[in-house]
Design a protein around this ligand. Structure first.
Ligand code: F0G
Length: 376
């Protein structure tokens, strides 16, 4: 069996790649699909809930799937620099893949509003970090303006190669389950990932043997981009937003988005039209979760299943659990929740919401024994 080297090698016949393309990869993808054992029992519902733990990608988020494609193509096209706006994870991935490729990454981040782990990554990988006195949406606008006039390749999800890479998560899920789940739940910010997953499911369910062509960019006229018919089994796509950053719930862009889940603190999603199409075509829906619900789900998952994701990622589980409890997602369903990023990305939020502080005791057998007995 060939050594696993990442999603491009694995799915090269479904991606816009040439035989001689130099692949910039870090072994991304192939992430675990973990079946929740304890939480369904706790809520007393017969459902199969799986979490797709994208936090186990090389830089700790799903962005690596898209970034390996975007940077590979940027290098192939002769680019010497890439640029992105980010709430932290895209910038971490851009910085790492640029380092791997030997090119420069410029990353625009909202001043003071990204998690520490993500900032550390961008700095450690040697990217040029530009903190702007504005939010992600301001950064996005600026990056698009700059990329029009400077010799830098934009690697936000408006770069179509990003979604191409990210669609591979859907491939992995179908291969592992043997079919698509009934529901696929995702946190929604810029709405690129929900779009990418839908592309992936559509391609997988379209007639086998049809490969992606660069002309349509996606699936030979079978996906939503061409309005073609798709056969086979696909999930309902459910997108959950943080209450204070929920343009899909408001039905319009939101100017001052707020949420503890800084990764999805976005009011002007770039894939707005695509995401509405995904909802319509898949028969899914959007909903919103409060910051309290998001943090509670993050903690529940960590404490009851041993899986640590960042706050934004827990939005998918928070929403799914509510919809299961309320019967909107019926018993007997199979559900996949994408956990988009690792919990270690944002240690500050994790520590702040921990109910159990570390115990400080004397370095004696007695003190340690007492600490154990008092806390059994
Ligand atoms: N979860 C995490 C952990 C994210 O970092 C993001 C997006 C999302 C969910 C939402 O995905 O934008 O495709 O709807 N983070 C981007 C960034 C915006 O800059 O890292 P989406």
């Amino acid at each position: 069996r060939p050594r696993y080297t990442g999603i491009i090698e694995r799915y090269r016949d479904r991606l816009p790649i040439h035989d001689d393309t130099r692949i910039i990869g870090l072994g991304e993808g192939n992430t675990p699909l973990i079946r929740l054992n304890n939480i369904p029992r706790l809520i007393g519902k017969e459902v199969d809930i799986y979490v797709k733990y994208e936090g186990l990608n090389p830089t700790g988020s799903f962005k690596d799937r898209g970034m390996t494609m975007a940077v590979t193509k940027a290098v192939e096209d002769g680019s010497r620099a890439i640029i992105c706006a980010s709430t932290g994870n895209t910038s971490a991935a851009a910085a790492a893949y640029a380092a791997r490729a030997g090119i420069t990454a410029f990353v625009l981040i909202p001043d003071g509003k990204i998690a520490q782990g993500k900032l550390a990554q961008a700095m450690m990988h040697g990217s040029v970090v530009i903190q702007i006195k504005g939010n992600f949406d301001d950064g996005m606008r600026l990056v698009k303006e700059v990329a029009d006039t400077a010799p830098v390749t934009i690697v936000n999800s408006v770069n179509p190669y990003r979604l191409q890479g990210q669609k591979t998560a859907a491939f992995e899920i179908v291969e592992e389950l043997g079919r698509a789940p009934d529901y696929h739940c995702l946190p929604v910010g810029n709405a690129g990932n929900i779009t990418a997953h839908w592309i992936g499911y559509c391609e997988y369910s379209s007639a086998s043997g049809d490969h992606v062509t660069e002309s349509c960019g996606f699936c030979k006229g079978r996906c939503m981009y061409a309005g073609g018919a798709v056969v086979g089994n696909r999930p309902r796509m459910v997108g959950y937003q943080a209450e204070g950053s929920a343009p899909f719930m408001r039905g319009h862009m939101v100017d001052n988005p707020e949420t503890v889940a800084t990764a999805i603190r976005i009011g002007h999603p770039q894939s707005w039209d695509y995401a509405w199409k995904v909802k319509e075509e898949s028969g899914g829906w959007f909903d919103e979760c409060s910051d309290e619900e998001i943090l509670a789900a993050q903690k529940l998952l960590a404490e009851k299943e041993g899986v640590f994701c960042e706050p934004a990622s827990a939005t998918s589980l928070a929403g799914a659990l509510r919809d299961v409890r309320q019967g909107k997602i019926p018993e007997g369903s199979s559900i996949v929740c994408t956990l988009t990023g690792h919990g270690l990305k944002d240690p500050d939020t994790a520590i702040r919401q921990s109910t159990r502080s570390p115990l400080t005791v004397d370095a004696t057998l007695d003190s340690v024994k007492r600490a154990i007995l008092e806390n059994m």
